[in-house]
Write a protein that binds this ligand. Sequence first.
Ligand code: TPP
Ligand code: MG
Length: 297
Amino acid sequence: MTEQLLRTAPAQLAEWRETRAAIAAADGAGRDRILHDWAQRTRRSVVTMIDGAQQGHIGGDFSVTDILTVAYLVALRVDPAEPRAAVRDRFILSKGHCAAALYSTLAYSGYFDPAELGGFMKPLSPLNGHPNRNKVPGVETNTGPLGHGLPVGVGAAIAAKLTGDGGRVIVVTGDGELQEGSNWEAFMTAAQQKLDNLTFVVDRNRLQQGARTEETNHLDPLDEKLAAFGWDVEEIDGHDYGQLAAALTRPASGGRPHAVIANTVKGKGVSFIEDRVEWHHKVPSAEQVRQALEELA
Ligand SMILES: Cc1ncc(C[n+]2csc(CCOP(=O)(O)OP(=O)(O)O)c2C)c(N)n1
Ligand SMILES: [Mg+2]
């Protein structure tokens, strides 16, 4: 393995641990407030990173931010001080074009110093446009070419079953990404292998690159298709922290893998970016950066 350029950030790690403990101790409204504040900071970070790099995928970053937030602050049993601990849950962001949201989440969880986020997509920065497990601690597998995260997650879930270490795997794909046939092979294999330690979340924002999913490949009825493939399926509001927390911590059930259709808004949180196809990878102007940061304050 290549030597990691990024190291654990102790102060940030302490903040993440305190925040997780505060969430665990809070009532529903208190938990939602903490998670919302964390997610909005992530979104502001994404805006700043994309502004600095003058490239990125802001719409998909914003739709997946709440999912990432609940995964790392509530669901995953991980230790950012030991990203390669032998026993750990694994999170795979298959829609790797949304690296800015993942990097921000990892940095604010203490995997590395948030100051590094300023290097996003700059020459020699480990924070490439797509996540690389050999460069960024916390990244479990390289993604970017769509359709690979779920098959890798199936393999990780099989490995956890073989070792019996109790590890769980969460994979997030885009909805346009489900046009990749490799996902459907993985759906079949996961059911065949009874991977009840695998949770698959689809970021169902109904937009892909350049079009609505409905115009290209409508996917519906996605719940019935996944159920027919042998999965336990639930549909949630992918911006509702309570629903996300319940879905991402649901205990293994009867040998069936778990699918979560998370209905989201691409560009969530900024009025002029929400649900607009051009914001898949449009870069905000200076004035739009100012307005976005104001709306996310
Ligand atoms: C195999 C592959 N084909 C094409 C692309 C280019 N690409 C990057 S993002 C994207 C659209 C993805 O849409 P979706 O999965 O719905 O993601 P989201 O809406 O969450 O951004 C495409 C086609 C790619 N990364 N990989
Ligand atoms: Mg989409």
